[in-house]
Design a protein around this ligand. Sequence first.
Ligand SMILES: CC(C)(COP(=O)(O)OP(=O)(O)OC[C@H]1O[C@@H](n2cnc3c(N)ncnc32)[C@H](O)[C@@H]1OP(=O)(O)O)[C@@H](O)C(=O)NCCC(=O)NCCS
Length: 206
Amino acid sequence: MVPNTDDRREPGPIASAGGLIRRVAGPDRTVSRVPGDHPPTVRTAVSADIDHIVAVRHQVAEEGRWIGAEVPFDTAEAARRTRTAIEDAEYGVFVAEMDNAIVGTATVDFTSRGVTSFGMMLLGSYRGRGIGTLLLDRVIGWSRAHGAHKVSLQVWPHNEPALALYTRAGFEIEGILRAHYRRRNGELWDAVMMGLPLSRPAGAHE
Ligand SMILES: CC(C)(COP(=O)(O)OP(=O)(O)OC[C@H]1O[C@@H](n2cnc3c(N)ncnc32)[C@H](O)[C@@H]1OP(=O)(O)O)[C@@H](O)C(=O)NCCC(=O)NCCS
């Protein structure tokens, strides 16, 4: 995802060519699995989630290196777009909850015939606990249920956690957009394009 709503079309971008993906420093990826911890859940977003979704996006954008959005951005406009997506059956909007709070979100829609594209993000302290995998499962499930033959995304080349997540889920690198996205500081960033073909259910016909 480009890194999105508009992040869906920019990276969230890329590529593990040559086995470059490696584990990077991060939180203990097993913390949510300790006794007494409430497991994360993922559900379809509702209107009451809008401000929380925008807040997650804002916090991740503040980090400046994972998604397409950069701060400051128009949060009122982001809220309007999020509402439109939640109310439009052509979009799948999901939220991840943990500790009685919304800690992540994903949005998917069709960007060309039969092909979906998505964006996803989690608050920093909730990464590495399997929540991204849960969100990605929902995105792929939504795409399949809506008849997609392929799921696509863009990711920044330096986003090793995201590249690893997508590769583990079966996405493959299909290309690199060179110096494609201009950041506010003037830098031009590459984006990695990845895709996951979806097999047709047994018995399905063209
Ligand atoms: C990318 C992101 C959604 C991944 O979600 P997550 O919940 O941390 O990922 P998971 O815990 O489900 O990990 C799934 C797999 O991804 C890979 N992975 C996740 N974090 C990783 C890290 N820090 N280093 C290397 N691999 C990592 C691993 O293969 C992992 O499987 P494993 O636990 O069996 O080793 C999350 O890091 C995030 O929100 N980042 C900021 C926003 C962003 O980059 N969005 C995507 C833009 S394209």
